[in-house]
Design a protein around this ligand. Structure first.
Ligand SMILES: *[C@@H]1O[C@H](CO)[C@@H](O)[C@H](O)[C@H]1NC(C)=O
Ligand SMILES: *[C@@H]1O[C@H](CO)[C@@H](O)[C@H](O)[C@H]1NC(C)=O
Ligand SMILES: *[C@@H]1O[C@H](CO)[C@@H](O)[C@H](O)[C@H]1NC(C)=O
Ligand SMILES: *[C@@H]1O[C@H](CO)[C@@H](O)[C@H](O)[C@H]1NC(C)=O
Ligand SMILES: *[C@@H]1O[C@H](CO)[C@@H](O)[C@H](O)[C@H]1NC(C)=O
Ligand SMILES: [Ca+2]
Length: 540
């Protein structure tokens, strides 16, 4: 288990304990790990790559299967009966008696361990009711999704059936589909052309075929087994010696149909016609026709969706020991508290360790950290974050770590201080908005200054904001002795006019006559006539 644990332990998927996979040529094949009762994936050719993926090892599953035979009364011995053999029809000394343990042939003898003793087998009644067909169903259930890892092999004593179907179910027996047809004449029995698994290619590897290979009469002792060829199908993708299993796994990753093909929860053998000894049914001796199965091998591993490398048998059921925060019989969902994102199966890729695709918890939902400004958090699904709600003390943010709009960070306070946020208090009239920078400075309108925008720059005066000065004592002076009143207007002496008192009242616009006309006072008259008087005097 150590090497394969690598795949499951490394939730963050870095090599654990400094162990990184050796280069392909040196990868270890652990002796005894691939315990195949039938034909193990070679001893030095095997599939070492799979040891790195997070999946349970393959095992013989017959110990864990429930067997049901149908119809009722199909098992021989009730009442007791005698049967003959195909090779020697006159030797009818064998007896089946359900009430005698030594002569009984109950279904469980299909899954027992032989322990080197005499062969034990389940046996049916004989074909006394010919020409009515002799039909029997053997249903195998595991109540668990399994992935077949090597050939399924059914061992028939006294000859193999001349017609049968292997069915499988993926949904605990609710629906069934044929897995493979078997007949000594496929066309005759199923109207299907006979095919061998070797004829399949990558494009049709999951085709359901009818094969004649396991149904022809070869003598009851020569070849007893009927197989469902898994290895040969793997070989289509992994090469004849299955050295390239990563290619197969990579394909399974993308092709659900291929993956499902090797997956099942139940199998069913539909026995349709028994062995006939290579000839026609001989009505005068029907006691030599029956079915007898001594063993059923189904090498498989628990399907754990690459989230477990162990599968245990508990309370009569197989269960994956889920890693990666997954749960369920097949590790097919996220454990509660780890549903931050949707469940996905683990991946075989990238080789060799694959990826865990672990379920993750809501990042901090168990630790709702809000710096003391809230004690409630909420998970926002589409952002995959946990956020504090109803932050107090004018704070805001995922962890109440920021100040609300209109407040700024109190540099002398800790994040968890009630006084951490100070109001900006921007002057409504002078500021552009109510926000301030981290130093508490508001953004001021033109001509406005001060932390809160409540003062005017030089050259401006306050009037519902800062207005450029009309006049002042420094830059824009009132002229000719005029005085600046509240920066808004110049108050001129009587002789001058204009916004800055820059013009003489006598200038232009009709000169003195006009001034005289508009202001007929003595000083104006004197001022107006003075220049003319002076000019006249100078001329003489
Ligand atoms: C075997 O199972 C098939 C499919 O459910 C059913 O149609 C058939 O009647 C069964 N045969 C017997 C002998 O019970
Ligand atoms: C099948 O397995 C599931 C999950 O382990 C269990 O809840 C259920 O009872 C089992 N059903 C039978 C018939 O054993
Ligand atoms: C599978 O495909 C190959 C060619 O790709 C073809 O030769 C063969 O007959 C096909 N087998 C079946 C069962 O259709
Ligand atoms: C800033 O925080 C300190 C420490 O809590 C506090 O004494 C001070 O009053 C705070 N300043 C303001 C303006 O709230
Ligand atoms: C804004 O500033 C002006 C000028 O200093 C001041 O007269 C006014 O009262 C302030 N407004 C507020 C709301 O503080
Ligand atoms: Ca047996």
């Amino acid at each position: 288990g150590f090497v394969s644990r690598l795949g499951c332990l490394a939730t963050d998927w870095r090599p654990v304990l400094g162990v990184s996979p050796p280069p392909p040529a040196l990868r270890p094949v652990l002796p005894g790990r691939l315990r195949f009762p039938v034909t193990p994936y070679g001893t030095n050719t095997g599939a070492p790559w799979e040891l790195y993926a997070c999946q349970p090892s393959s095992m013989p599953t017959k110990e864990f299967m429930q067997i049901k035979v149908e119809p009722p009364g199909i098992t021989c011995g009730n009442p007791p009966e005698r049967f003959c053999t195909l090779e020697n029809p006159y030797l009818c000394s064998d007896e089946c008696d359900a009430s005698n343990p030594d002569l009984a042939h109950p279904p469980q003898l299909m899954q027992d361990r032989e322990r080197g003793g005499p062969l034990t087998y389940w046996q049916t009644i004989t074909w006394r009711r010919y020409p009515e067909p002799l039909l029997a169903n053997v249903t195998l259930s595991w109540n668990k999704s399994l992935e077949v890892t090597d050939d399924i092999q059914v061992t028939f004593e006294y000859g193999r059936p001349t017609a049968m179907v292997l069915d499988k179910s993926l949904d605990y027996g609710r629906t069934w589909q044929p897995y493979q047809f078997y007949a000594d004449d496929c066309m005759d029995a199923f109207a299907m052309p006979p095919k061998a698994v070797e004829e399949l290619s990558a494009s049709n590897a999951t085709r359901v075929i009818c094969t004649e290979r396991y149904s022809r009469w070869v003598g009851s002792r020569n070849d007893k087994s009927v197989r469902f060829e898994v290895r040969a199908r793997f070989a289509i993708f992994a090469g004849p010696r299955l050295l390239d299993m990563d290619n197969l796994y990579a394909l399974m990753e993308s092709a659900k149909g291929l993956r499902d093909f090797f997956t099942f929860t139940n199998l069913r053998l539909r026995l349709l016609r028994p062995a006939l000894g290579g000839t026609y049914v001989q009505r005068e001796n029907l006691d030599k026709y029956f079915y007898a199965i001594s063993n059923i091998e189904v090498p498989a591993r628990c399907k754990c969706n690459l989230h477990a490398d162990k599968c245990t048998f508990r309370d009569g059921n197989l269960e994956c020991q889920c890693d990666h925060n997954t749960a369920g019989q097949d590790c097919n969902r996220c454990k509660s508290g780890f549903q931050a994102k949707p469940w996905t199966p683990g991946s075989y890729l990238p080789a060799p360790n694959g990826s865990p695709n672990a379920c993750t918890s809501h990042p901090t939902v168990s630790n709702c950290e809000c710096y003391g400004h809230s004690n409630r958090c909420s998970y926002i699904d589409f952002l995959n974050i946990v956020t504090c709600i109803s932050c107090k003390h004018n704070t805001r943010g995922q962890k109440c770590q920021h100040c609300r709009q209109g407040y700024f960070r109190n540099a002398s306070a800790e994040l968890n201080d009630e006084n951490v946020c100070i109001e900006c208090n921007c002057n409504e009239t002078g500021s552009i908005h109510d926000r301030c920078n981290e130093m508490g400075y508001c953004r001021c309108k033109e001509g406005v200054t001060g932390i809160r925008c409540e003062e005017c720059l030089p050259g401006y005066y306050w009037n519902q904001g800062c207005i450029p000065n009309f006049c002042d004592e420094e830059l824009v002076l009132c002229q000719n002795g005029g005085t600046c009143v509240e920066n808004q207007q110049c108050l001129c002496t009587p002789e001058f006019k204009g916004v800055l008192c820059e013009r003489s009242v006598c200038e232009k616009e009709g000169g003195c006559d006009a001034a005289w006309a508009s202001d007929p006072s003595l000083p104006t008259m004197l001022l107006c006539i003075l220049p003319s008087v002076l000019t006249a005097l100078t001329a003489h």
